[in-house]
Design a binder for this molecule. Sequence first.
Ligand SMILES: [Zn+2]
Length: 385
Amino acid sequence: MAGTSLLERLVSIYYDDPIRFPGLRAVTLAQWMLESGRGTSGLATAHYNLAGMKWRSEMAPYATKVLYLAHDGPDYYCKFATLENFIAGYWAFLNRSPYSGWEEHTDDPEDFIGFIGKTYSGSDAYAAKVLALLPEAEALLRAAAAAPADDAPAPAAADAALDLGTLVIDPGHGGTQPLPGSSPNNAISVSGVKEKKLTLDFAFSLKSALERQAHGAGETLRVVLTRSSDVNVAGRDRAQRAFTTGARAFLSLHFNGNANPTPSGVETYLRAQENGNINYAEDLAFAQAVQAGLLSGLRSVAPGTKDRGVKPDTQTQHSGGLAVLSDINLGNTTSGRRCVAALAEIEFITNPAVDARLVSGPDALENRTAVMESLATALRRYLHP
Ligand SMILES: [Zn+2]
């Protein structure tokens, strides 16, 4: 596959998102497909705004304001830090006064789009255009719900020299419930975006970059995410995906936070020898590759990015070791298989300059993609047999 498209990423999040009116899921997706050219518009790819929503002050909890040159001239639009924020923001957008009464029109998709469509677009023909895309939207949602578990064996590569195997990417945190080895959220960005939303978005971006790069290079690479929606997963269960998928490497993505806005920089953790790492040297080489890939990507968008280095997990708040880096949880044995594992703290989202660069500023998505492309290159190089 040539990488996961923005529309596919949106569908994978939206199909089981607990929205208030599930009966309107397909029609709203159809509307976003129309507005964004199936996820290909500039507003969609640069700002995660797939609904052409102009900036309104009521959108401040969900979005930031960005100047965008649309086909009808420059105007201020909503910029969303993640696709999850976009979904929440769209529903909030309808709660503004121009749409008052919309909740009386939620029993069927046609009634709903008929009611909001005219105000939304200024055109009487809008509802019919959205409804024409409804079957396609329904099919996409059905396909996402029926997607097979990716724990099945990876397809064999035609050429063993180009088979990079399986990589597990673990978007840190998620959901609302604390679980052993995984809190629902830690850091919150200066602009109010939760770490758990960013880890998922960066993971999707990394998966997409890896698949696109591998496809271009003729390599086989299977990328598995430990979660693809806003749910928490226990630390042990995240690591165990490495075992059940036969992965060669496991990478957990996180963001740092601090009460002081000054700290910044990237650091990568590995299982400490004191915490019983049975493949320390291999983990160290992997962590160094991750750190180097992130650092070069971050420095391509911010040359002064601080290298905080590769560190043992004795230096985290969990001095006894991080559950996701445990050899037992990863299914590693001294004589048998050994999956390497690392946990990256990509940057301090509590630093205002970092927030502008990677979370809320006009170039945030472009910068984010550049950082994940660089990490993807480093990971592929590491995985080359
Ligand atoms: Zn974290």
